[in-house]
Design a binder for this molecule. Structure first.
Ligand code: UD1
Length: 442
């Protein structure tokens, strides 16, 4: 373990003010949307994080020109130079498969690397591929690449077996320039997707969202440039909020939007945390110090978001009693708890559905439920981050533990959170970036 790591010394309850960055899960897709037009596109509030750099590199490889300064991105793709996203991007993020629509529309062919599974589940893309086929694409797989061809995509009626975020976005990106009408039933309606829909609408797309998770897209011939401000990151908001409540602190989260956090806020109240919605953000605080256990089931929007689950588990280690969490979105999202146990948490995993929501993982042997017995004192430890969202939850655990912690594998965190060490410092956490044991402040 001699790579880059964070050395964290807790500084008491987290207090102060933090400004949210733009949502990674919207910005990356909106950059992909810019590939649908030859005109210039402007995106504001784009976070400076690794996932954005990767997405921009991929676009550049395809023919985009861009300037990215002070959170404003100006991007234009006058011509698609080649239809292939390099294999080197395989497994780096979930973006290459979303580039298929723009490439097919503008080049007639798309070659993208096969996306692998990861620590939180298999993450297949069968819904994406079957939708593309329904819309007239011909798909072949060779040497870990998908080779996809279509002279012109046409509309189709697509029922998603599960409201997948990525598949919904992919069909939207395919449908806007397809010939005729595309209908997506049982689609996902996450705020980041609605933000993408707003971008596409600004570009000239015709997209209607019905009340029953159905999108109706009437294909148009051409799309134009756009100017858009990326919505604030509600996952980052949930993580800072969990940190405030778990530590007995008080944080004003600038940019947090109540409309996108309704389910989360309910759970904060149930555990005994307090909130105050103010102009420009939400204050999360815990003056009483004592918290009570609660149960959670993750779900697609408007349910409790799966990406809020890891920070909430850390929060629940500080609540008195037995909390039960049923993860229904990803089959393998509790691996991160082993490091929390190392820090003193009392957590048991179960393959049973410990909840009432319908669940695809019933009787499949996945440890997708978890019981947290609290309250437990956490102590500092050497821990390794398995994935991006677990990463932030470890920063919270280290910030409320007794004694110093060393958090390794921080690239996962930096892929998705901008300036995270400085933000935590402003809230009172003493955090240093270290590499090969030669430390430097950031
Ligand atoms: C996105 C988010 C991620 C979030 C997740 C759920 C991005 C970059 N990532 O991931 O942060 O946790 O939504 O809100 O925006 N599935 C299939 N076949 C498919 C597609 C999905 O079986 O073709 C399954 C997945 O394995 C998973 C479930 O559907 O069990 C949800 O996945 P999905 O909503 O597609 O997640 P992502 O778009 O990958």
């Amino acid at each position: 373990m001699r790579d880059k790591y964070y050395h964290i010394i807790p500084g008491g309850p987290l207090q102060g003010r933090v400004k949210l960055s733009g949502a990674k899960n919207a910005a990356t897709k909106e950059i992909v949307a810019s590939l649908l037009t030859t005109e210039e596109c402007f995106l504001e509030n784009v976070p400076h994080i690794l996932d954005i750099s990767l997405t921009l590199e991929m676009c550049q490889e395809l023919g985009s020109q861009f300037v990215f300064e002070k959170h404003v991105l100006k991007i234009r793709t006058p011509k698609i130079q080649k239809p292939q996203v390099s294999k080197s991007y395989s497994g780096r993020n979930r973006i290459p498969i979303l580039m298929v629509g723009p490439l097919l529309h503008r080049y007639g062919e798309a070659i993208v690397p096969v996306v692998g599974g990861d620590k939180i589940g298999r993450r297949p893309i069968d819904f994406h591929l079957s939708a593309l086929e329904k819309m007239g694409a011909e798909i072949n797989q060779k040497d870990n690449l998908y080779i996809i061809k279509a002279k012109r995509l046409h509309g189709a009626e697509i029922f998603l077996p599960y409201p997948s975020v990525g598949a919904t976005e992919n069909i939207l990106l395919n449908g806007v320039l397809a010939e005729g009408r595309t209908i997506i039933r049982n689609a996902a309606i996450e705020p980041e997707i609605i933000d993408l829909v707003m971008v596409l609408q600004k570009m000239g797309a015709i997209i209607e969202l019905k009340e029953d998770r159905t999108y109706i897209i009437d294909g148009v011939k051409n799309l134009r440039g756009f100017r858009h401000r990326v919505l604030p990151d509600r996952i980052e908001a949930g993580s800072f909020a969990a940190a405030a409540i778990a530590s007995g602190g008080d944080i004003f989260i600038e940019g947090a939007e109540q409309i996108n956090m309704v389910t989360f806020i309910n759970k904060i109240r149930l555990v005994g945390g307090e909130i105050e919605v103010r102009e420009g953000g939400i204050r999360f605080f815990n003056k009483k110090g004592s918290l009570r256990a609660t149960n959670i089931e993750t779900n697609t929007h408007p349910g409790f978001m799966t990406d809020w689950q890891p920070p909430f588990v850390v929060l629940l280690t500080q609540a008195h009693g037995e909390s039960i969490i049923h993860e229904t979105v990803f089959e393998n999202r509790f691996g991160f708890t082993s490091e929390l146990i190392k820090m003193g948490a009392n957590i048991k995993l179960s393959t049973r559905c410990l909840g009432s929501l319908p669940c695809r993982f019933e009787n499949k042997g996945f440890s997708h439920s978890c019981i947290v017995f609290g309250k437990t004192k956490l102590h500092g430890a050497k821990i390794k981050v398995p994935d991006i969202r677990a990463g932030f939850s470890y920063l919270i655990a280290a910030s409320i533990a007794e004694g110093a912690s060393e958090v390794f594998g921080v690239d996962h965190i930096e892929r998705g959170y901008e300036n995270i060490a400085n933000k935590l410092r402003a809230l009172g956490v003493k955090i240093k970036i270290k590499r090969n044991h030669a430390s430097r402040d950031i």
